[in-house]
Design a protein around this ligand. Structure first.
Ligand code: AMP
Length: 402
């Protein structure tokens, strides 16, 4: 077995994901995640794609305790595999303006992650728990804990695109600006698209639509991100499962001043009760909405608005590309699987010379990848994202100074 396996830890606000990955071929030797159902936490994991093991925990433990179980009952118990781990990659959602690359974790890095907590309160706190836990349980890996940031890929965005037209001091004093999200997915898709199109990444111009529960879009010029739709937080931009995306900020004052809705409730409305769920008045599950698109007017409306907004963003990002746009790429649970959303979006991009191929589009879902447009069209393609692999590769490259 390959000796430089990477342990990837993704301690999030609502789940923990872990994987031991071969960074060269992407094989996941062990992979697992936590799920919460009816006040129970279930840890599911598989080894060599074979067996699915489950462990139910009655009480809702804190992530700190669940991590203990993951290390002691799963990772340490598979001694032969664990011995082959050469480093640990920690996924960190927000690195503020501090990091444009992955970095070995030391006290200074931890302080910077803490300083960025304000912009990703729920996430960064949990990430720190993952870091402390692995320091404690595997002290001999002390200098082999690597922080891999979601925000890093967006640090190439120029000032004209990341600044809001607010008093400038809000940026200089409080660092209020666009940071973006889904950076690991964008990095992976950029590399994969260059490979797929057989193009030098340094001249690759693409627009990537990451459409999952959270949705965002990025403009990649010469292989680097030059704009993205998520902002200071992941609330801005496209319509999402339950998040509203762009709205007139005055709506918030109207809800507060005229309708007397409390700030806490407004935050809930914008984050948890809007988007596809809010518009459909039924669900945020795109599978269900898509299935009933022609049967239910409200569901049709939700998807139509989703696609309208997405194509508006694609149109505006296309003019940032300079002299050529190589492709639009769809990824994320919706991007990889929703034949309807891809069709409706591409159908409104005639002016950019995109022509959907019904046959190709229909055949790409469920981890398949490839082109979904006609041969006389500008290219649109689907590539499944793999954020864990890009973390493993980054960690491997950093440890081996590649
Ligand atoms: P993600 O956050 O990337 O896991 O994506 C989750 C979203 O993908 C949810 O809105 C799902 O409804 C959607 N999704 C998953 N599979 C399909 C499918 N076959 N067709 C349409 N949407 C899907």
């Amino acid at each position: 077995m390959f000796k430089n396996l990477i342990l990837v830890l993704n301690c999030g606000s609502s789940s923990i994901k872990f994987a031991i990955i071969n960074p060269i071929n992407g094989n996941k030797i062990i992979k697992g995640l936590t799920e919460y159902k009816k006040k129970k936490c279930i840890i599911k994991w598989e080894i060599n794609n074979n067996f699915i093991y489950k462990k139910k925990i009655n009480i809702i433990y804190s992530n700190y305790k669940i991590l203990n179980l993951i290390f002691l009952n799963i990772l340490f118990k598979n001694k032969k595999i664990f011995k082959k781990i050469s480093a640990i990659g920690h996924r960190i959602v927000h690195g503020g303006e501090f990091f444009s690359n992955s970095i070995i974790i030391n006290d200074k890095v931890i302080n910077s992650i803490k300083e960025s907590i304000l912009f990703a309160t729920l996430h960064n706190k949990e990430h720190l728990i993952g870091i402390y836990k692995s320091f404690k349980l595997i002290p001999y890996f002390f200098k082999k804990n690597i922080a891999v940031f979601d925000t890093a890929f967006h640090q190439s965005i120029p000032k004209k695109a990341f600044l809001y037209a607010l008093p400038y001091s809000l940026y200089t004093k409080y660092k209020i600006r666009r940071y973006g999200a889904h950076g690991l997915s964008y990095k992976y898709i950029t590399l994969k698209t260059a490979e797929f199109l057989n193009k030098n990444i340094k001249t690759l111009n693409i627009i990537i639509c990451h459409l999952g529960n959270g949705c965002s879009i990025s403009a990649i010029k010469n292989g680097k991100c030059i704009d993205t739709s998520m902002g200071l937080t992941p609330l801005e931009g496209l319509i999402m499962g339950t998040r509203c995306g762009d709205i007139d900020p005055s709506i918030i004052f109207y809800l507060y001043n005229n309708l007397g809705i409390k700030i806490k409730k407004i935050i809930k409305i914008l984050n948890k009760e809007s988007g596809l769920l809010g518009l459909s008045e039924l669900t945020n599950d795109c599978r269900y909405i898509e299935k009933n698109y022609f049967k239910n007017k409200q569901l049709k409306l939700a998807i139509d608005i989703f696609c309208y907004k997405l194509s508006k963003y694609i149109g505006s990002y296309s003019i940032l590309m300079g002299n050529h746009l190589d492709a639009i790429v769809f990824t994320g649970g919706i991007g990889e699987n929703s034949i309807l959303i891809r069709k409706l979006t591409i159908n409104s991009l005639n002016i950019l010379n995109f022509k959907i191929s019904s046959i190709l589009n229909k055949n790409i879902y469920n981890t398949k990848f490839g082109i979904i447009t006609k041969s006389n069209s500008r290219i649109a393609l689907v590539i499944p994202s793999n954020e864990e692999l890009i973390i493993a590769k980054d960690v491997y490259n950093l440890i081996n100074h590649i």
